[in-house]
Design a protein around this ligand. Structure first.
Ligand SMILES: *Cc1c(COP(=O)(O)O)cnc(C)c1O
Length: 548
């Protein structure tokens, strides 16, 4: 900890130095940089402390709300960051950290991101980005082709056209989804006769002009919460996002979707978009995209596919058919910071038709002039970093077949883990992996038997106790810090759609081994025995059910 180190003096000359002079060879910062570039994992393992420090305690290190009056030396402050921040951050790249979509990064992105930050390009306009603008357009073109596979002619016509746009690069899936629905809404309420379009006149006039009583977007009940945010800011209200029933495999029921659309129309509510999910956040399930596409054509709805997480599967020729129908979507969200292994802040939305984004085009006097190729005229965000450079680099360095290997390995690892869970008589696989995401829970064989034969009342009661145990195990495992799985709440049809807490596992880190997966189960089994009262209660309840 540094508390009473000497402080630097503020002078304009000393400030100029921070823009020009790098640290000397012996400085803490330089040493850290060296270590980081040699072996990132070693660095993280050395500096992130394993034992849990409660957040309340950590908050004490970040308690003062005033901006410091005294400057600090860079090296001193770096030490301070190591002690208070780095040491209590989360080791997301650990191979046993298998609970979330955030995981390890390829090493070459560290030095490349330094170039990106050093250049400090602003992609909102060509005047502050120059070559970065065509690079970003090319990256969008590459991913557009991955989804829609148009011919060379298409891309040479539209990729760099000032009047067109194959999509938008943005900070993540949330902004990508908002952008897609923004475009869909504006196209559904476009200018007509004297009406100048919703983007000019606003929702109230648009509704009066078209005679609608409301607007709606439909998605399965497993849709991502970012869609609710979208509905809110686009003026539909959160209730404008209509949840559609899913089947036993967590996929949207096409029949229920059609019914809901008809119902909405009957009530004079315009369902202007349907969102199909290709890889749900909780279970990794893929909606029947071809069937949704048909329904969208029948009812004249914009078809958006949220493939924020699952879209990278298209890189694999062995598994891309799982996303069949995605090429019929009007728009697609893909996050590069998930299964494309790019650091956070890299999302994309792609549009099938190069002129779809015209409905959200914005111009300003000093930039984004009419006819300019400034990317900012088609993005929700303003100033944006040169993040596309990292995607571009990864596409070249890893290449499509490289990504195929990574994707295939993850999917096959999930299959292995699912098989392993099924072989245990004290674990239950709750959702099968379609991609590399699965859910399961710890439930001794006797308890499962009892749950099967229990009367509805008993079943609810016993299931609640098992939920308590699941929560206990997950928390305890996280706090011990050896490994990490996340948890979520599902309503499996196998258990009468009862609220069921489950462990959720995302197997994206290529360094996660079969042995690590075995030890995760072993650890959970041991933790379960550390709640003797709860276990006793569960076993007693089960026994009374079985004996009755
Ligand atoms: C992660 C995710 C999002 C949100 O993306 P962010 O990058 O977190 O904004 C949206 N939809 C799905 C299916 C996701 O997995």
């Amino acid at each position: 900890m540094i508390t009473k180190h000497k402080t630097a003096n503020v002078s304009f000359e000393s400030l100029l130095r921070i823009f020009t002079v790098p640290e000397g060879p012996d400085s803490t910062l330089t040493k850290i940089e060296e270590k980081l570039s040699q072996n990132l994992n070693q660095f993280l393992r050395e500096h992130i402390v394993a034992e849990e420090k409660p957040l309340k305690e950590i908050e004490k290190d970040f308690a003062f709300a005033s901006i410091p009056e005294k400057p600090e030396f860079v090296s001193d402050h770096t030490q301070h960051l190591l002690d208070t921040l780095v040491s209590h951050s989360v080791h997301t790249s650990a191979p046993s950290f298998i609970g979330h979509m955030t995981s390890a990064l390829p090493y070459f992105l560290m030095p490349l991101s330094k170039i990106m930050i050093a250049l400090n390009q602003n992609l909102v306009k060509i005047e502050t980005s120059k070559a970065f603008t065509p690079l970003e357009r090319q990256v969008l073109g590459m991913l557009h082709r991955l989804v829609y596979n148009q011919d060379d002619h298409f891309y040479s016509n539209w990729m760099h056209s000032a009047q067109h746009s194959l999509g938008a690069f943005c900070s993540g899936g949330t902004i990508a989804n908002i952008t897609a629905l923004w475009v869909a809404r504006n196209n559904a309420l476009k200018a007509q006769g004297k009406f100048q379009g919703v983007e000019k006149e606003g929702l109230y006039s648009a509704m009066k002009h078209y005679g609608y009583q409301g607007l709606a977007v439909l998605v399965s009940e497993r849709g991502h919460y970012s869609l609710k945010k979208s509905a809110d800011i686009l003026g539909l209200g959160q209730q404008g996002l209509v949840a559609v029933k899913t089947d036993a495999n967590n996929r949207i029921c096409p029949q229920a979707l059609s019914q809901k659309i008809v119902e909405l129309k009957k009530n004079n509510i315009k369902p202007f978009a349907v969102v199909g999910v290709a890889g749900t956040t909780e279970t990794g399930s893929i909606d029947p995209l071809c069937q949704i596409a048909e329904i969208c054509i029948e009812h004249d709805c914009h078809f958006h596919v949220d493939a924020a997480w699952g879209g990278a599967t298209l890189m694999s020729n062995n598994y891309r058919q799982l996303l069949k129908g995605i090429e019929q979507a009007d728009s697609v969200t893909i996050d590069a910071h998930k299964q494309l292994y790019i650091p956070m802040g890299a999302g994309m939305v792609l549009f099938k038709h190069p002129d779809a984004m015209k409905s959200i085009e914005h111009h300003a006097q000093y930039i984004l002039r009419m006819g300019s190729k400034d990317l900012g005229s088609h993005t929700l965000e303003g100033s944006r970093s040169g993040m596309a450079m990292l995607v571009y680099a990864a596409m070249h360095i890893i290449s499509r077949p490289g990504y195929e290997l990574l994707i295939d390995a993850s999917i096959e690892k999930a299959k292995f883990f699912a098989e392993l869970i099924s072989q245990q008589d004290d674990f239950e696989l709750v959702s099968e992996p379609e991609l590399c995401l699965l859910t399961y829970r710890y439930i001794p064989a006797k308890v499962r038997k009892a749950l099967e034969i229990a009367l509805p009342e008993q079943r609810i009661q016993l299931n609640e106790l098992v939920n308590e145990l699941t929560q206990f195990i997950q928390k305890c495992q996280r706090e011990t810090g050896k490994s990490f799985v996340s948890r979520t709440r599902l309503n499996p049809s196998r258990w009468d759609r009862l609220n069921t807490l489950v462990f959720r596992v995302v197997l994206a880190n290529p360094l996660t081994s079969h042995d690590i997966l075995r030890s995760v189960l072993e650890e959970q089994r041991i933790i379960a025995q550390q709640a003797p009262n709860l276990m006793a209660k569960i076993l007693a309840t089960s026994q009374s059910i079985t004996e009755a």
